[in-house]
Design a protein around this ligand. Structure first.
Ligand code: PEP
Length: 249
């Protein structure tokens, strides 16, 4: 059975005091839910967030990590460093990492492998650009992103993978994929995984939708059968909005 998940990607927002304040508010307002709730503060606030949420079910996850174990990689963070502060899940492949930091499929494949080798869970993000959708190439792009970064994994690794389909044209733009567009792509992703592995792996992996999810549209998107939750950017920075999105699931 796959899990329902709502995750907040805080990106490069919130200093230490603001992080603490938002987490306190979130923990206090968290509704009763069967969904897993996750937040991804910046690296410097991860350890504090883990401490603040010690008695909460909200999980703290990282926005990125490096593929190397350790070494001369100035400014980077390893899997062991995350595990050492109690962070067991990492977002990899976010479109902003791909676009601004030139993380391509080959780098992401290394990062995924490094995280899984350390028994971390990976929330793998992928999705097409606007031109791909306009030219009708979106299914091919998504298929190749999955294939290049994930399809050489052993079948057993898939229990540690969460997918987040995030059409780039919908991230931070206010433009959302329609619930039908999201469902169509999520069903395609499941079929692609069925073809590469089998129906059980495809049926058990959680596939989140990300891209301008807000309280006003969350319920309709989450209502689609192949959408298992959301990766939320902007709307996860306000406790009331994030809570409303959690309630929608
Ligand atoms: C994201 O960055 O993963 C995201 C979905 O952002 P937003 O919700 O702001 O579009």
């Amino acid at each position: 059975m796959r899990s329902k998940i709502v995750a907040g990607n805080w990106k490069m927002n919130k200093n230490a005091a603001e992080t603490e304040a938002l987490l306190t508010e979130l923990a206090a307002k968290l509704p009763d839910t069967n969904a897993q709730v996750m937040v991804a503060p910046t690296f410097v606030n991860l350890a504090g967030a883990v401490r603040s949420l010690e008695s909460s079910v909200i999980q703290v996850i990282a926005q990125n990590m490096h593929f190397a174990e350790s070494g001369a990689y100035t400014g980077e963070i390893s899997a062991d460093m995350l595990l050492g502060i109690g962070v067991e899940t990492v977002i990899l492949g976010h479109s902003e990492r791909r676009a601004y930091f030139k993380e391509d499929d080959a780098i992401l494949a290394q990062k995924v492998k490094a995280a899984l080798d350390k028994n971390m869970k990976v929330m793998f993000c992928f999705g097409e650009e606007l031109e791909d959708r306009k030219s009708g190439n979106h299914f091919n792009v998504v298929e190749s992103q999955l294939k290049n970064a994930l399809f050489s994994l052993d079948a057993s690794a898939w229990s540690s993978i969460i997918l987040a389909y995030e059409p780039v044209w919908a991230i931070g733009t206010g433009e959302t994929a329609s619930p039908e567009q999201a469902q169509e792509m999520h069903a395609f992703i499941r079929k692609t995984i069925t073809d590469a592995y089998d129906a059980s792996i495809a049926g058990n992996v959680s596939i989140l939708y990300g891209g301008s999810v807000k309280p006003a549209n969350a319920k309709e998107i989450f209502g689609k059968p192949d959408v298992d939750g959301g990766l939320i950017g902007g709307a996860s920075l306000k406790a009331d909005d994030f809570v409303a999105i959690i309630e929608a699931i």
